[in-house]
Structures are given as structure tokens and as C-alpha cells.
Ligand binder design. Structure first.
Ligand code: ADP
Ligand code: MG
Length: 183
């Protein structure tokens, strides 16, 4: 039941924060992990991939793979960075050799991965990035991390701790009024 997948929410107010958050997630990465990076153009999917790669010790610059479909980087774990935005048909996914990539002991990050869900294993971390600032503020993002399947769900507590610095502040209605009952 993907709708009940454990979910964590974070906020960043600069691209560096999104990169740092991604590096913190990368510290938990294991061979064979799959991450789907979801969100509108310019949301920060590539920025997340850059931070994630940095967290795994990738030194080569990670760039947008929109026209190359897939790029590979060497790090503590190999990083396969894919962008399926320009895929016209699901059939084209064959060209990616996804099964081999997932099986190669590295980590696979797929921008716009939600577009190819039917061909993906049901075990991944979905990172949904949205614009969150008030009108005119371009730097605030809300990240919703959803652990679908057992792989990341087993690491949920570690993920919670990793995201702590960027955990979304409780909304005003969750905060008890000042001067409430003494405890
Ligand atoms: P996408 O891959 O989702 O299309 P990119 O990562 O290429 O997006 O671009 C995100 C852009 O937004 C970059 O120019 C980045 O500097 C900017 N940005 C500003 N604030 C943030 C933030 N909090 N998180 C991520 N990116 C941000
Ligand atoms: Mg991108």
C-alpha cells in the first residue's frame, strides 16, 4: 500500500541546504538503492542529485542528464543519475538498461521517475520537491520523502535523524498556546 508509506517532510531555504540534506540521505545509502526525484522544472532535483553524489564522495561535477538520459559517477557507491523527462514512450525505457543499473551494486537516482513507475521495482525512496516560499521568494523548497517498499522503510528512524536539521517546523496550529498548562 504505497499510500501508507512512511513520509518525512523537510524545508530548505537555499540550494546549499538541499544539497546538504541530500548528502545526509546519501550517508544512509546502500547498494541497489533507488531514489525517484520528483518535482517541477527548477524544483531542485538535479541539486539533490549533486548533494547526494557529494555525500558519496563523487568528485566529478554532476550535471543535468536530460540529453544523455543516464550518467555514471564513481563514489563510495557508484551513482547512476538518470533523467527521463524527455522519454516519449515507456518503451524507450528499455534503452536505459534499468535492470542492469539497479543490479550493479550502485545507487540509481531518477529525475521525473514517477513517469515510469510501471517499469520500476516497488521499493524506492521518493523525494518530492516543491516550491514553498511566499510569492517572490525563489529559494524555499518543501521536500517530502516517502519510503515505498521495505528498503527505505527499514531505515526510517535513521532517515528521521538525518533530516532533523531541515525538519519542517510544526505549523502554528500544532504548537500549544504560550502559557498553557504546566507539565
Ligand atoms: P530540476 O533538476 O528540478 O529541474 P535544478 O536542480 O536543476 O532543478 O535547479 C534548481 C534551481 O533552483 C537551481 O538554480 C538552484 O540554485 C535553485 N534553488 C534555489 N533555492 C533552492 C533550494 N532551496 N533547493 C534547491 N534548489 C534551489
Ligand atoms: Mg534536473
Amino acid at each position: 500500500m504505497t499510500s501508507q508509506a512512511p513520509t518525512l517532510v523537510a524545508r530548505t531555504i537555499a540550494v546549499g541546504e538541499t544539497r546538504d540534506l541530500a548528502a545526509a540521505v546519501a550517508a544512509l545509502a546502500q547498494p541497489g538503492d533507488l531514489l525517484l526525484l520528483v518535482g517541477d522544472l527548477g524544483a531542485g532535483k538535479t541539486a539533490f542529485a549533486q548533494g547526494f553524489g557529494a555525500g558519496l564522495g563523487v568528485t566529478e561535477p554532476i550535471t543535468s542528464p536530460t540529453f544523455t538520459l543516464a550518467q555514471e559517477y564513481a563514489g563510495r557507491l557508484r551513482v547512476h543519475h538518470l533523467d527521463v523527462y524527455r522519454l516519449d514512450q515507456l518503451a524507450e525505457v528499455d534503452e536505459l538498461g534499468l535492470a542492469e543499473l539497479l543490479d550493479d551494486g550502485g545507487v540509481v537516482l531518477i529525475e521525473w521517475g514517477d513517469a515510469i513507475l510501471p517499469v520500476l521495482p516497488n521499493d524506492y525512496l521518493e523525494v518530492r520537491i516543491g516550491f514553498a516560499g511566499p510569492e517572490g521568494d525563489d529559494d524555499e523548497r518543501r521536500l517530502v520523502l516517502r519510503s515505498v517498499g521495505p528498503g527505505w522503510a527499514h531505515r526510517q528512524v535513521s532517515l528521521l535523524h538525518a533530516l532533523e536539521p531541515w525538519a519542517e517546523a510544526p505549523s502554528a496550529r500544532d504548537v500549544p498556546p504560550a502559557g498553557g498548562a504546566p507539565c
